[in-house]
Structure formats: C-alpha cells, structure tokens
Design a protein around this ligand. Sequence first.
Ligand SMILES: [Zn+2]
Length: 368
Amino acid sequence: MSFTQSHLKVGELATGHELNVPIFKFTGTDANAPTVYIQANVHGAEVQGNAVIYQLMQLLEQSTILGDIVLVPLANPLGINQKSGEFTLGRFDPITGVNWNREYFNHQVDVQDWYVEHQHLDDAALISAYRSHLVAACQQRLDNPWGITSGHLLAVSLQKMAHEADVVLDLHTGPKSCKHLYCPTYAHDRAKLFSIPYTLMIPNEFGGAMDESIFCPWWQLSEFLRTQDRELPVAVDAFTLELGSQEHIDLHDAKNDALGIMAYFSAKGVIEEHVAPAQMQRFGCYLQDYKKYHAPLGGMVEYKAPLGELLVGGEPLANILRLDKYGTDQVLTSLSLPDDCVPILHFASASVYQGTELYKVMTNLFEL
Ligand SMILES: [Zn+2]
C-alpha cells in the first residue's frame, strides 16, 4: 500500500452518531515538491468527483509521487445522506438554507499590518509564516467559545486541511452540465492541462467558495507585495472542477478527468512521470461574460440547446409548455437568447417558477 487512511470528524448528529470524512494520503519523496489537497462531494448530489478520486488513486499507486497528496472524497456526509424520495438534496444546509459551498472562512488578512512584522523574511520563510497564519486563523474560528454553525464546522475543518497544501482542487458538478473549470486569472496557463473544455477566469473576489477561500489571501499578499516592489508569484493554485452533471457516476469519464489531473501534477512536479495533457480544444470566458438566463414565465420546460456547443443568437434555447393556456397562442413559448453563446449548464428539473435560473451560458469566448 502506498497510501495511509485516516478520518476527520466534522460533526455529530442528534443521535450522537459522528460525521466523519475519509482522508487518503500518498506521501511524496521530495520535501520541496508541491503538495496537494483534493476534495469531492461537498454538494450532496455531485458524486462524480468520488469516481475521479477513485481513478486518480489507482493511477497514483502506479506513479512516483514527489509531493504529498491528500484526497478527501465524500467530504460532506450530512449533505450526501440528505435524501428526499429518489433524489439527493444536499446543496444547502437543511437548518440554515446556506449553500454548503459558501461557508468557507473569509480571512480578510490585514496584509499591510502582517507584513510590517514579517518583511525581513526571505520568500520561503514568508510563505511558511503566512500559511501558519491562515491555518491558525481557521483553528481560532473552530475554537470560537460561542460555537459555530454546522456549515462552518464542516467547511472550516476542510479549509484548514486545504491551507496546508500548495494545490487545492475542489471537485463538483453542475446540475445538468458540461465540464467546466473555475480558474483564477493568474493561473490561466494551467487551465490547458486539465481534460476540461471550458474555463471561467475568475477575479480576486471572495464569494464564500472553497477555491476562493484558498487563493484570495495569497493573491492579496502578492498584490500587496508588488506595491512594496517585491515580486512574489501567488504561492498556491486553487481550482473548482465542474465534472459534468449531478446524480451521475461514469467511471470511464472519471478516468479521463483523473488523467487530466495527472497531467497537471506532471507539469507542477507533483509526480515524476511525464503525463501529456489531452489533445482537445479549450475555451475561456471571463466571469463577467458568464451569463445567467432566468425563466421569463413559469411552466414545464423542454431544454433544447445542447450543453457545450455553440448556440447562435436567436436559435431555440428551450420551450415552455403551459397547459393552462391550451387553446391560446400562449400554450407554447419558444425561448432564445439575443447573443451567440455556449450553454454550460441548465436547471435540473423540467418544471420551473418564473425567475428560475434556467441556463448559464458563456459569451465572448476565446481559445486558450
Ligand atoms: Zn457544487
């Protein structure tokens, strides 16, 4: 066995049962190689990341591992087990309604203040001290004498582990979705390594998600140092990988995504072997060009536009069926968008309220 297994307690149920997440660790041979943290399934229905971790671990067992790799599948036991009828809910904390991926700790480091005490350090020591600060801040959050919500307990426990790594991958899926990657703009050249055709380039803004909670404080540090005439590349990479649709496992496809992650590992020097990225076209889009389309009326939806393919402005996006209007010209409404786009994901259900976020589409795409 080339790995060790442990677990982390992230909560307790009313019956006293412990909520534990499994942790697999592959230990590297080179203390200077980048270290990695990967988690999956923080949203309960987004199960495909577990299959990717399964395929990835099998590949890692055949590889020469340089940097430590920590893998945390099944990262939200409460969300994963939150079933209703045939479906998994698990996107929102059932008590507070908060999205499980908006619970991470926003450090808001006073970098200027912090740097006054640490400016004498060389780059390596500076990075180490900043990392310790982030980990300690998470621990302080967890130790709040007034307690913290179930959502924060889970998220900040995971975040604290993730801060120890140089690379953080958070594996999600969309509702009904093609594959896409959330990539901080400073890491744009790494987007070409994953087996993912569409990349959203995101700015240095904290919205509560895992990837942002990891890279924002480091990006902020690098930007501040530039004002002090000190160049320090952002010391961590953090990405959210959206690996298809929820409630779906595809082991063959998971192998492709595991190989994409291996290509990234290879380029970063996490593994010794050379793994070439998949030959494919990849496109990028800035976050401000990632548009939401909200249903203009309620009803039953026929989703028409295929995901991951160019949709020319004016072509059919979806039909809304309104049987209450049968006998009038409003029984069927054909929807389209004014601009050319690539639909990335759509709502999971075929019935919607007026105002439901029906599609998310990329506009103004460019080739990576
Ligand atoms: Zn998700």
